[in-house]
Design a protein around this ligand. Structure first.
Ligand SMILES: *Cc1c(COP(=O)(O)O)cnc(C)c1O
Length: 388
């Protein structure tokens, strides 16, 4: 007998490690984004499978909260959002080959045209499609340069297969005034040339999350935040706006405890064995680097009953070993908090990312994608509350 994916899901929490999701965060953060964006429309970036939360899931929440449009990083994400019944405009960021232009154009998404090659492919495909042009302001990834966009606007003006609806760009250094001003200037020059080529009423969009916070004047007709709506910026940016993290906790429960007498020799986490001077009590939580955490220290802190405990050795693929010597009350079943609130203590995802020396943007999708999700409002029902 074959078990379907749905059948298997119910077994996931039998390995007790999970991510707690605050489903109200997107609506709360959208309200903050509206204040920053003024009259500008908000196109919510659901790429990377909605930063690991699930593109359809985050799109549905943003749709219900009244977002204006959605951006995706792949056709698959766009179709998952459509299958979830969301009818808002969806902008597909550059992600496909010219040879697939006809298929991509028939998906009911707004496509990105980021080069003459992609423009020619969509025109040749002959399928009526709405498009945004991407400008490269000095990011060095996608988009037309100043030497190229006039030709693109000229070609677009002479045909009717591809309907130009907008122009957007993405900045490289939102924390830097001078670079941001220079790159916004490149975008302004492109918009002036689009106007000269006869294009009016285009959506114009430049501001991702950090640009919205640091440069609210650069709002144009729309903004395209991702991380801001997930409440998942790095610590210095989180401090500047009152955001609610969609990932409210990462936790696991201790599945094994062992007492090692003084004099034992242990090579915890594949380390060179050390001889214990004193007796040690260790616990194992079933969460590891296969769940998106790191293998090699530093690991940062974990909390048990609100108190800080130490992680031992290296983390393995699916396990973390914790020193319970100072936690006589902890045992099999005790909850270990890797991120989140616990008994008056708190560890933010930004603190854990700092400890791991990676940005929140890199850590977050890794753990969120791998771990089973528990809705924050249902945590009480899914998990025993006592830590002892
Ligand atoms: C990722 C991305 C965004 C969103 O960036 P955040 O920093 O998450 O707000 C916006 N626009 C483009 C083109 C992107 O690639």
């Amino acid at each position: 007998m074959n078990a379907s994916t749905d059948d298997l899901r119910e077994y996931r929490l039998l390995r007790p490690a999970w991510a707690e999701i605050d489903e109200g965060a997107i609506a709360a953060n959208l309200a903050v984004a509206r204040k920053l964006a003024g009259d500008a429309k908000i196109w919510f970036v659901c790429k990377g499978d909605g930063f690991g939360f699930g593109a359809a899931k985050v799109a549905r929440l943003a749709d219900a909260a009244g977002v204006d449009g959605l951006c995706v990083g792949s056709p698959e994400e766009g179709m998952a959002i459509r299958a979830a019944g969301v009818t808002r405009d969806i902008l597909l960021f550059a992600s496909t080959l010219p040879e697939d232009a006809a298929r991509v154009a028939s998906l009911g998404l707004i496509v990105t045209i980021q080069s003459m090659e992609s423009l020619r492919a969509f025109v040749a495909a002959g399928v009526l499609v709405d498009a945004f042009i991407e400008i490269d302001p000095g990011f060095g990834r996608f988009g037309f340069l100043a030497s190229q966009w006039a030709q693109a606007f000229a070609v677009l003006a002479q045909q009717s297969t591809v309907r130009l609806k907008g122009v957007y760009t993405h900045l490289s250094s939102p924390g830097d005034e001078a670079i941001t001003a220079r790159q916004a200037g490149v975008f302004d020059a492109a918009l002036a040339d689009a106007h000269s080529a006869g294009f009016r009423d285009l959506e114009t969009m430049l501001a991702s999350s950090r640009v919205m916070i640091a440069h609210p004047a650069l709002r144009y007709s729309a903004v395209d935040p991702g991380r801001l709506l997930y409440g998942a910026l790095d610590a210095e940016w989180m401090a500047r706006v009152p955001l609610r993290p969609m990932l409210s906790a990462i936790r696991g429960r201790i599945i094994h405890v062992q007492e090692h007498p003084a004099g034992s020799t242990l090579g915890i986490g594949y380390a060179a064995p050390i001889r214990l001077e004193r007796a040690m009590r260790v616990g194992v939580v079933p969460i590891g680097f296969g769940d998106g955490l790191n293998h090699v220290p530093p690991f940062g802190r974990v909390l048990i009953g609100g108190r800080e405990a130490t992680i031992m050795g290296r983390r393995s693929l699916q396990h973390t070993v914790i020193d319970l010597s100072a936690f006589p009350e902890a045992g099999v079943g005790s909850v270990v908090t890797i991120v989140g609130e616990d008994g008056g203590g708190f560890i933010g995802i930004d603190e854990l990312a700092d400890a791991m020396r990676i940005p929140v943007m890199e850590l977050l999708p890794r753990v969120v994608r791998m771990l089973p999700h528990i809705s924050r409002t249902r945590v009480g029902r899914c998990e025993p509350v006592d830590a002892g």
